[in-house]
Design a protein around this ligand. Structure first.
Ligand code: NAP
Length: 237
């Protein structure tokens, strides 16, 4: 059996950085992507330069997926999944002025439901492992500029704790809650630097800070159900 890690949303940004970190730690990679096949292919080239094997997995989280079947097929190929990083996400503005629940359903599906289903399938098919869910420091707040996004992340936060208890002792389930790490796709670093004036450490982070948190969770076999806020203290204020 070969030790593998699955990273959802691995084609760019934080997911890509986590895939590279796992490759440095000797994990073979299952690189999930949805639209960004070219970027995902580049990530595959980059991680294999660390001497590990990698393969791409295409899944659109807005479609129905049978993760038990996908994992069983992997297991039949002697792939031993040891680490699951639920990193893929959709980040859209929505608030109380939006009618209906279309945006809520979309955010729940991509940001919560697939992490929930992947977690259950991981525990059904494999014997042990580590799951890391990517939250957002704003799960501690009650801002409504991204109402549906934040609701989906709050759900994932609670599921992290529930699954940490239920899946122990064979699985550890933790979360990383990033703060000001990378700007939204339509903004630049200046946007983050302005926001940083209002958080305790008055600076922005970077993907290496997230990679350090991941290394800690990989190594810390006595840690489960924790949420690491990598956010310059933002969740406190
Ligand atoms: N960036 C930050 O500073 C920050 C702050 C707080 C929290 N976070 C959290 O940290 C994680 C990583 O953040 P990020 O900014 O690197 O993420 P991102 O770039 O916004 O998204 C990551 C990936 O999610 C995938 N995705 C989106 N819709 C999908 C769908 N329908 N099906 C399958 N995959 C889909 C995309 O894959 P494709 O490109 O292949 O379509 C995308 O590359 C997220 O969970 C985010 O909420 C990030």
């Amino acid at each position: 059996m070969n030790k593998y890690a699955l990273v959802t949303g691995s084609s760019d940004r934080i997911g890509k950085a986590m895939a590279i970190e796992l490759a440095k730690q000797g994990y073979r990679l299952l690189l999930h992507y949805n639209n960004s096949i070219q970027k995902a292919t580049q990530v595959k080239t980059e991680v294999t330069s660390f001497g590990v094997e990698a393969e791409l997995i295409h899944i659109n989280f807005l479609e129905e997926n049978n993760f038990d079947d996908i994992f069983l097929q992997l297991k039949n190929r002697h792939i031993q999944l040891e680490v699951l990083l639920n990193c893929a996400a959709d980040f859209i503005p929505s608030d109380f002025t939006n009618n209906g629940n279309e945006l809520l359903q979309k955010e729940i599906k991509i940001n919560f439901e697939k992490a929930y289903l992947l977690t259950k399938a991981f525990a059904h098919v494999f014997e042990q492992g580590l799951i890391v869910n990517f939250l957002d420091t704003k799960v501690e707040k009650n801002y409504t500029k991204h109402l549906d996004y934040i609701l989906s992340k709050k759900l994932l936060k609670e599921f992290t704790k529930l699954s940490a208890v239920h899946l122990a002792p064979n699985f550890r389930v933790n979360a990383i809650a990033p703060g000001l790490i990378l700007p939204p796709k339509d903004k630049d670093e200046t946007y983050l630097l302005n926001l940083a004036k209002n958080i305790p450490l008055q600076t922005i982070g970077n993907v290496e800070e997230i990679a350090k948190a991941l290394r800690f969770l990989l190594e810390s076999k006595f840690v489960t159900g924790q949420i690491l806020y990598i956010d310059g203290g933002e969740h406190l204020v």
